[in-house]
Design a protein around this ligand. Structure first.
Ligand code: NAD
Ligand code: MG
Length: 301
């Protein structure tokens, strides 16, 4: 890919901005790594151009090592924010790569590995992020796990609980811990999914958490609006990330991943970043409790 062919500021056809991919059948243990994904993703590392929309902001981003979270971290740094990265210890390699992009942008990167399904870690994560960044005014709750299981009879209680702990209980805990640090003007953006409205039969636990995230976003958005803190969400459609190859999809579905969207292709992580930038920047000051769908054209309620 040439340096600016996919630049988000250049006029171009969205159908051809990124190629239609047909990923080979592959598998990685959970959590997957971007480093080992075939084909590689576009997180905007060669293309995203910032124009100062988040100058001086201090952001904590969960799941920031790879996929959508990594694209958001790169964009935030290039828009002028310092960034604390939350990820699992097994993802150090991916996190270090994103750290280098943030530092290349002249911003601070704070690396905070740990498991957000652990209640106490959620508190420590927020405290360390605020201490290392010298405050906190942007929170991106993006981490999530997605394990496909065809039959409810084979869906273990442990998986159901772990998915809820990671995808929604952690959001509640991290938001609660973050609030004392967040001045008026701060923002929270949660990553939900098209699965919140159109659940796949093999993603019962995952899709249920995503519906909960939408609902939580609308409730907390109303609660915090009078304090000048805005809460919104982004709902991606099929985006090519390591989540998909670490049992997020049935393996045989990978070659056709994302081709059933109106636009006809899977999304790349960098295509999500401007939505998070918009909802974090003051330019969206009157947007509260909203879910911005970034899904290649599939209608949502
Ligand atoms: P990804 O695998 O790159 O990112 C998910 C991240 O979640 C991981 O990198 C990991 O750091 C983090 N994570 C998972 N369990 C964790 C735990 N217990 N503790 C700490 N961190 C943990 O995949 P992605 O697709 O970029 O996923 C980002 C978000 O986007 C997720 O919430 C996912 O549900 C959502 N989403 C993805 C798609 C898609 O098609 N890729 C579609 C809709 C929604
Ligand atoms: Mg990862």
């Amino acid at each position: 890919m040439s340096e600016h062919s996919t630049d988000q500021l250049t006029f171009q056809n969205p159908v051809t901005r990124f190629p239609v991919i047909s990923p080979p059948v592959q598998h990685q243990p959970e959590p997957g790594l971007d480093q080992e994904l075939v084909p590689q993703t576009d997180r905007g590392q060669h293309s995203y151009r910032g124009i100062g929309r988040l100058t001086g902001r201090k952001a904590l981003i969960t799941g920031a090592d790879s996929g959508i979270g990594a694209a958001v971290a790169i964009a935030f740094a290039r828009e002028g924010a310092d960034v604390a990265l939350s990820y699992l210890p097994a993802e150090e390699e991916d996190a270090q790569e994103i750290r280098s992009f943030i530092e290349d942008a002249g911003r601070r990167a704070v690396l905070l590995p740990g498991d957000i399904s652990d209640r106490d870690f959620c508190e420590r994560l927020v405290a360390e992020a605020a201490e290392c960044l010298g405050g906190l005014d942007a929170l991106i709750n993006n981490a999530g796990r997605q394990i496909s299981v065809e039959d409810i009879a084979d869906l273990p209680d442990e998986q159901w609980t772990a998915t809820f702990d990671t995808n929604i209980h952690a959001i509640y805990r991290i938001c609660r811990a973050a609030l004392p640090h967040l001045p008026a003007g701060s923002t929270i953006v949660n990553t939900t999914s098209i699965q919140a409205y159109k659940p796949s039969p093999h993603l019962l636990d995952y899709a249920s958490t995503k519906a909960a995230i939408n609902n939580f976003t609308k409730g907390l958005g109303q609660q915090l609006a009078p304090r000048g803190i805005r809460v919104n969400a982004v709902a991606p459609g099929p985006i090519w990330t390591p989540l998909q190859v670490s049992d997020g999809q049935p393996k045989e579905a990978l070659p056709d991943f994302g081709t059933n969207t109106p636009i006809g292709r899977a999304g790349q992580p960098t295509e999500l970043a401007p939505a998070f930038v918009f909802l974090t920047s003051p330019e969206s000051s009157y947007v509260i409790g909203e879910t911005l769908n970034v899904n290649g054209g599939t209608p949502s309620p």
